[in-house]
Design a binder for this molecule. Structure first.
Ligand code: AP5
Ligand code: MG
Length: 211
């Protein structure tokens, strides 16, 4: 099987990262995630771009989008180094979707569908292991090792207030991206409310059918 090119869309907390990590392992492709690239560059000087603030952190901690120019540059760089990929976190608006069209073809576009109240529960309960980068949830998937449990951290933007703002930005700015792909007959919906393993069964099937 050729290396698949996968795009995973979904609201904040829909499970994009969780499913992308599985796809990356199973299909042996690079996981490109704008959220993580930006978190690693939170304090990088972006004042050379047409931006209101000088660092990505200011946008991210308020739940707002980082300027298109910055994110598009990062995605372009990352895509130029790979064949297959699973892209998570981009495009976040219709302008970015058009940019992506110019950069590469995609084999399958998946939308992880989850309602808003569930998203709030998932994000406010999410914890990250700073040592491994693994994601847990205090109720749904707590770590078994008490040592791991002690070192867990919460993401800066996973407070209830910022989560609500991220959801508002999603509704206003990213939902049109879902419609954009739907109108082109490219979107495949997956029921994201199922358990992570059940969601993965559907994701894998969709990718295999697209090959
Ligand atoms: P980003 O990091 O992309 O945040 P997001 O889209 O809000 O999505 P998350 O990473 O929070 O959620 P996820 O879908 O990956 O869920 P996860 O698998 O972790 O972006 C952060 C910020 O960066 C943005 O706000 C913006 O400022 C900036 N940015 C990023 N991209 C940008 C762009 N293109 N343009 C401009 N700015 C950009 O799962 C969540 C939780 O649920 C976990 O605890 C997990 O254990 C649990 N869980 C997962 N699946 C299930 C399941 N099936 N059942 C139960 N629990 C589950
Ligand atoms: Mg993520």
């Amino acid at each position: 099987m050729a290396e698949p090119r996968i795009l995973i869309l979904g609201g904040p907390g829909a499970g994009k990262g969780t499913q992308s990590r599985k796809a990356s392992e199973e299909f042996n492709i690079k996981h490109i995630t704008t959220g993580e690239v930006l978190r690693a560059n939170k304090d990088r000087d972006i004042s050379e771009f047409e931006s209101e603030y000088d660092v990505p952190r200011t946008y991210m901690d308020q739940g707002e989008l980082v300027p298109d120019e910055v994110v598009t540059l990062l995605v372009k760089e990352a895509l130029s180094q790979v064949n297959g990929f699973v892209l998570d976190g981009y495009p976040r608006n219709v302008e970015q979707a058009e940019e992506l069209n110019n950069m590469t073809d995609v084999d399958v576009i998946l939308y992880l569908d989850v309602d808003e109240e569930e998203l709030v529960q998932r994000l406010t309960g999410r914890r990250i292991d700073p040592k491994t980068g693994d994601t847990y949830h205090i109720e749904y998937s707590p770590p078994e090792d008490p040592e791991v449990e002690r070192r867990l951290e919460q993401r800066d933007d996973d407070t209830e207030e910022t989560v609500r703002e991220r959801l508002r930005v999603f509704r206003e700015t990213t939902e049109p991206v879902i419609e954009y792909y739907e109108e082109r007959g490219q979107l495949e919906r997956v029921d994201g409310k199922q358990s992570p393993d059940e969601v993965w069964v559907d994701v894998r099937k969709a990718v295999e059918n697209a090959q």
